[in-house]
Design a protein around this ligand. Sequence first.
Ligand code: SF4
Length: 377
Amino acid sequence: MIAHLCCSVDAGYFLKKLKEDFPDEKITGFFYDPNIHPYSEFKLRSLDTERICRKLGIEYVEGEYDYESWLKAVKGKENEPEKGVRCSICFDHSLEATAEFALKNGDDKITTSLLMSPMKSQEQLNSIGKVIKRKYGIDFYAPDYRKKGGTQAQQIYAKETQMYRQDYCGCIYGIWQQKQDQEIIDELLSPVTRQILPASIEERLEIYKKRLEYEDEGSEYKIIKENFLNYRLLRGSVKFKVKSEKCKTENPGQTFGGAKGKWEIEDSYILFYSYLQRPARGRIDFVKDGIGYFNRMQIIFVEITKFNEILNKKYQNVKEITKSPPSIEEEVEFREKITNTKYSLSPIIIVDEIKEKYEVDIEAKVYPDIREILIKF
Ligand code: SF4
């Protein structure tokens, strides 16, 4: 039998019961979730589902992340509510792929852990099962393991084994509907630097990979939750003023800001926790030891050489930081070293060399959040 698996919490208890019901049957877990957005969340759910299969001695196969075919399948149904038409198509898509996999594998029966989810309609799933039978000649086994305290037992098992618990169904349209009241929908953000941000899916993926290492080496651990102040940079631009003499030489005959100069984009790197209430235009008050203090909004400019010196890095220029940024911990450590408060939110901007006049615009959110922490005993 091929058991389509959607996530560890639904798969764990479901597979346990399935093994009890079919002690002599070879059950293969087929993780097929191309609906999941973003890809890092797909990998996280897959990692944790594979872990549960390993615990239960069930063979695990990760299906293809054919996201584009899923998007095409649900096209036009983006705004459907959960349990609506989009979800039916989504189940069709997963169960058809499972049936095709079963045929290739020589199996004659499929089932799905979606049957465990209180958010999914059993009726919808059963009617898709009938279509599968007609189309592929494959049986759809649809036990209701939620009955007789199954849902509670499922939750206990998930807690005991410290499974990863997602807080949204999976697709980009579902996230939008389920999280639209949140200030930040983190699943829809991805830093261009590929830096691992606190409380991001990527951070969780690292934690859950580490936990597997601990389990493999037999170490005791706990995953706990912690409240903290999170930050997301949404947009930032730094411009410097080109002096009028340079403008005139390079662009004869043209006038710039009343012939006084023009603003050009500065290569810059904005540090974590840099917060600005409104755009600021001004000049550097003074420079001391590679650090320039701006005359507005407590903005601090730091030359790349100073940044390298403090963090023991070897960046040739600011563009290199963007390609291979330091960790958030290093950025916070740097902030602590050059400001006088541990709770500084002053904008800190790294530049190749400090110029005279700047225009800075930063849109960022600072907000209370919860992150998972892995503790090894
Ligand atoms: S809300 Fe869930 S079931 Fe519905 S389409 Fe999105 S991922 Fe699929």
